[in-house]
Design a protein around this ligand. Structure first.
Ligand code: SAM
Length: 232
């Protein structure tokens, strides 16, 4: 019997948002570690491990067989959720992709606009684009949790459709629902601040208006503190 592996902090944070007993779809599954781990822990009733490329899907399938999970998890060649049926998944994980790609996948999948479905999204870049998409498309960000991977900090966004289009300040697209009392969230925000300061300096250098970026920087600093002594 294969000994079960541990999930890394990033995938473990995603796993923490998955509802017990759910039907899971893991989009961009690659190695299929997340659905395998959840199946072995008896936390899901079914799982679809989907990927756009046959090679990662093959490695996912081999792992599913290695860990004897073929009765619970099936693989699917799919661009985003294109080949997944509405009835097949209630919790959808999309992890390890850029925020723009995740937003694009969600934007062309009408059936996720259902308050019963849950999205667990872990963007590697452009989180602000993803939050902006969610907020302007009737999705509500229920919770967020920072995670760490390869020396960098990321966020995991838990969202559901509510149909309400609320007005958020521009800073929300950068801060989301992260908690200023959480140390990892702080480190994550310091990373974001660094990028925003770079953007602001660039705008100033090019003689462009940096007022909005500077306002966002100010709001982040007021809530999360000043990162000038932090290199993380
Ligand atoms: C960096 S891996 C992430 C694997 C795993 N989800 C994780 O977070 O550890 C990204 C995977 O997403 C897949 N992918 C990229 N674009 C996709 C799309 N539009 N639909 C489905 N899978 C996609 C890639 O083939 C790759 O296997």
């Amino acid at each position: 019997m294969e000994k079960l592996f541990s999930l890394d902090n990033r995938l473990m944070t995603c796993a923490g948002f998955v509802r017990k007993g759910t039907k899971l779809a893991d989009i961009g599954t690659d190695h299929a570690y997340l659905p395998i781990w959840l199946a072995k822990k008896k936390l899901i009733v079914s799982g679809i491990a989907a990927d756009i490329r046959p090679l990662p899907l093959k490695s996912g399938k081999e792992n599913i067989e290695k860990y004897n999970c073929s009765d619970i998890i099936t693989t699917r060649l799919s661009d985003g959720l294109d080949e997944i049926g509405e009835w097949e998944a209630d919790d959808i994980v999309i992890a390890g992709m850029g925020g723009e790609v995740i937003a694009e996948i969600l934007g062309r999948t009408p059936w996720i606009r259902n308050p019963g479905k849950r999205l667990i999204l872990q963007p590697m870049t452009k989180e602000f684009v993803l939050r902006e998409f969610l907020c302007s498309s009737g999705f509500e960000i229920l919770k967020e949790k920072a995670c760490t991977h390869g020396g960098k900090n990321y966020t995991v966004i838990h969202a559901a459709y509510s149909a309400a289009i609320k007005e958020y300040p521009p800073s929300f697209h950068y801060i989301g629902m992260l908690d200023e009392k959480d140390e990892l969230s702080k480190k994550y925000m310091f990373q974001i601040l660094k990028k925003l300061r770079f953007k602001s300096d660039g705008a100033k250098h090019d003689g462009k208006d940096s007022t909005q970026i500077d306002g966002i920087i100010e709001e982040i600093t007021a809530r999360f503190g000043d990162d000038s002594n932090d290199n993380g």
